[in-house]
Design a protein around this ligand. Structure first.
Ligand SMILES: C[S@@+](CC[C@H](N)C(=O)[O-])C[C@H]1O[C@@H](n2cnc3c(N)ncnc32)[C@H](O)[C@@H]1O
Length: 278
């Protein structure tokens, strides 16, 4: 089915307005490939007809499916492992020192754009390994959010194929996964308990959080947003980060340091710059 320039513009505008994803003209083939099945399944004669249906669907489900189709959920366990090493060797000792000095116990990490769960579960493995038996002395929580309902369903199920867990170090596989009879692997309950999955649209103007995070991982997500959306997101992340807390972005992403909110500490790792009084 052909996608006219006007149809591409309408769909792109809708997607940008609803989830910030910036579909440039070069993404024409992506839009066709990802939406064709929706058009066929719904018996729509054109992209325009499909677009009108999405706009008018009172349940909002058609829009959720559109966003699900358009968003790229590609991820894998221990992606950009240098980040996880830096988190374990530099960030965690620092967080522990700070909260112990303050007499606190809570450690909060956010995987923003967690896709099907590989990132937050990788973080949970690192945290569990780092603390060992001491884990019970701390209150460790990982919030994992995404806009894609389908990705979140898979994440919550915590079941992965043999191929999907190849990058999990063998010791961690043994410790944190249970083999199922069908050849797949399930994340152990103890690890699942560290992660809370929620649907959250990152482009909303504010987030429903009471507390702040010691570290935010938002990797390979901002790359899909335009510069203005990225700037606004960096400001919101700053607001929800503890003083001295960290932001991890994808290796292919650079953050706008002219905002003066984040200080570079390591490739694609930034530390919150605190204002007076924080
Ligand atoms: C390529 S995946 C990255 C997954 C993981 N962070 C990683 O680095 O492997 C990008 C994720 O961002 C999510 N995403 C895109 N736009 C979003 C938005 N406006 N709010 C929340 N999540 C969004 C997508 O659904 C997708 O799961």
């Amino acid at each position: 089915m052909t996608l006219t320039d006007e149809e591409l513009r309408l769909i792109s505008d809708l997607v940008r307005a609803k989830c910030g994803i910036n579909l440039t003209a070069q993404k024409r083939n992506l839009v066709i490939a990802r939406l064709q099945q929706e058009l066929r399944a719904g018996g729509f004669g054109s992209f325009r007809e499909y677009y009108e249906y999405v706009l008018q669907d009172p349940t909002g489900r058609a829009l959720l499916r559109l966003v699900d189709r358009i968003s790229t959920n590609h991820t894998f366990f221990f992606r950009e492992k240098e980040h996880l090493d830096f988190f374990k060797n530099t960030v965690l000792p620092q967080i522990c020192r700070t909260i112990t000095q303050k007499g606190g116990r809570e450690i909060r990490v956010w995987s923003a754009g967690c896709a099907s769960g590989e990132e937050p579960y990788s973080l949970a493995m690192v945290l569990s390994d780092y603390f060992g038996d001491d884990l019970r002395n701390f209150d460790v929580g990982i919030l994992a959010t995404d806009i894609s309902v389908t990705a979140l369903e898979k994440a919550k199920a915590g079941i992965y194929s043999k191929e999907e867990i190849v990058r999990v170090p063998p010791l961690y596989r043994q410790r944190y996964f249970v083999p199922l009879t069908d050849g797949r692997w399930a994340v152990r309950e103890e690890l699942r308990q560290l992660v809370l999955f929620r649907r959250l649209n990152l482009i909303r103007s504010d987030y429903p959080f009471k507390g702040r995070f010691h570290a935010i991982f938002c990797r390979n997500v901002m790359i899909y947003f335009d510069p203005l959306t990225q700037r606004a997101l960096l400001q919101r992340f700053h607001k929800y980060t503890e003083p001295g807390g960290y932001l991890f972005v994808g290796h292919a992403e650079a953050i706008d340091r002219s905002l003066g909110l984040w200080r570079f500490v390591n490739p694609s790792v930034y530390q919150k710059v605190c204002g007076l009084g924080e």
